[in-house]
Write a protein that binds this ligand. Structure first.
Ligand SMILES: *Cc1c(COP(=O)(O)O)cnc(C)c1O
Length: 432
């Protein structure tokens, strides 16, 4: 059996088996990789305690939520619906924090109150959210958290920087005084201070963020007991990229939180909220090569899954590894992780009528070729690094394609269907 790469135990034979049994395209998630990442984060060095919250918007499949929370992680939810989904996966409300742009009104507001009474932690992200919930929180003795907009941020692209002055997440530093006076007027205290600077953050900026947030807490939040540094831990999808060093960042945070204690006599608990880091490299989008074409400039391979199963190249110019596996699953013909001697290059295009439907785009959105072994039609093209922000954020019904199934490759090497393929009837069922 030929393994797909060095960090997963998934073999070429299992890829072909998944393609044959569940049909292409299909997402396959490697349970072993997810559990490894969970344990790595749970073992991050810390001073006075650590909670790891999985940012469930990265991948909200029920089976993955069960797996990740079963390993000991809590959750970061981005909407009330995500909280309900988490609960349906069996996650208790007191292990979920809601950090949202929503301002719940009417029925949603009633739902929010019900969830908070059941233990959900609400992290207010604006003065309006705070004004609307402060009275209710005070009357019921419920603590609320506050997300601060630190004015500095970092992300792999501008669209994923959530902490600079071009983004609108959290209560901006200049509004913190107002937030504190609203809290005081209502008799509530902020014990949980939160910052999230962006996805795929530069580890140096992530480190600076630690200093910055502790400084904010020492200046403004005398009641703080927990500090959350957010997500954005960088995961390397391509061989030339470098992942965040969890151990190094943890040691840095530990040192700084201990220094904070020396200075103030207060022991802060730490939280982190990785999404990408937990699931990105567990995911493989398995597609079939259905056609090949060339222009005077480029070769193209056409696969039966593209932007509607992974929009990240189109959205962010993200690079994902491409593996070519023989149709019978006996051979990994090429992969980004091994040197490629064939000299053949091709653009990996999908089946949508959209010139940006390519898995290989440059930062201007132009299709660019990748070196690979020339596949036969019928061979399998696997797009790696597709465990985060693929299934959960793609325009899956574009061109009236149906949402694709999800499969878990378990530790005991079983391929288990965890979401069925959407049917055409389901796609149309709400049309009148
Ligand atoms: C999206 C998000 C995260 C996770 O970001 P990653 O880059 O996937 O780690 C964490 N916290 C909040 C509040 C988020 O919105």
């Amino acid at each position: 059996m030929e393994r797909l790469n060095s960090f997963s135990t998934l073999g070429a034979n299992e890829i072909a088996f998944a393609a044959d049994n569940f049909g292409t395209p299909v997402y396959v998630y490697d349970e072993g990789t997810i559990l490894d990442r969970c344990h790595e984060c749970l073992n991050m060095p810390n001073a006075y305690g650590l909670t790891v919250r999985f940012a469930m918007k990265a991948n909200s499949n029920r089976s993955l939520l069960k797996l990740i929370c079963g390993a000991g992680l809590h959750l970061d939810a981005s909407s009330i619906n995500e909280v309900i989904r988490a609960s349906l996966a069996g996650v208790p409300y007191d292990r979920i924090m809601l950090t949202t742009q929503e301002v719940p009104q009417g029925e949603a507001r009633i739902k929010l109150e019900e969830l908070m009474l059941s233990g959900l932690k609400y992290n207010v992200c604006s003065l309006r959210q705070l004004r609307q919930i402060a009275g209710f929180a005070a009357a019921n003795g419920i603590d609320i958290a506050i997300r601060i907009h630190p004015g500095i941020g970092s992300g792999e692209s501008a669209t994923r920087n959530t902490g600079d002055d071009y983004a609108c997440f959290g209560v901006h530093l200049m509004d913190v005084k107002e937030a504190l006076s609203i809290a005081e007027a209502n008799g509530i205290k902020f014990r949980h201070i939160h910052v999230h600077i962006g996805s795929g953050a530069d580890p140096i900026i992530w480190q600076q963020n630690i200093d910055h947030e502790l400084d904010i807490i020492s200046k403004h939040f005398p009641d703080a007991e927990t500090v959350c540094f957010g997500g954005g831990l960088k995961e390397a999808r391509m061989p030339d990229e470098k992942s965040a060093d969890i151990n190094q960042l943890g040691n840095y945070a530990k040192k700084k939180i201990e220094a904070f204690y020396e200075m103030t006599g207060r022991k802060l608990k730490m939280e982190i909220e990785p999404g990408t880091y937990i699931v990105a490299n567990s995911g493989y989008a398995i597609t079939r090569v259905i056609d090949k074409k060339s222009t005077s400039l480029l070769n193209f391979i056409i696969t039966d899954g593209g932007m509607e199963i992974n929009a990240r190249p189109l959205l962010y110019s993200s690079r994902h590894p491409v593996y070519i596996v023989s149709e019978d699953g006996t051979q990994v013909k090429s992969s980004e992780f091994e040197s490629n001697a064939s000299g053949w290059e091709a653009v990996v295009a999908g089946k949508c009528c959209e010139s940006g439907d390519c898995q290989t785009l440059d930062s201007d959105g132009r299709s660019i070729p990748r070196a690979m072994a020339e596949p036969e039609t019928g061979d399998i093209a696997v797009i790696g690094g597709t465990g985060a922000y693929c299934s959960s954020m793609t325009p899956f019904n574009y061109n009236s394609h149906t949402q694709i199934p999800e499969v878990l490759f378990t530790k005991d090497r079983d391929l288990k269907l965890i979401r069925k393929r959407q049917t055409l009837e389901q796609m149309l069922e709400n049309e009148l």
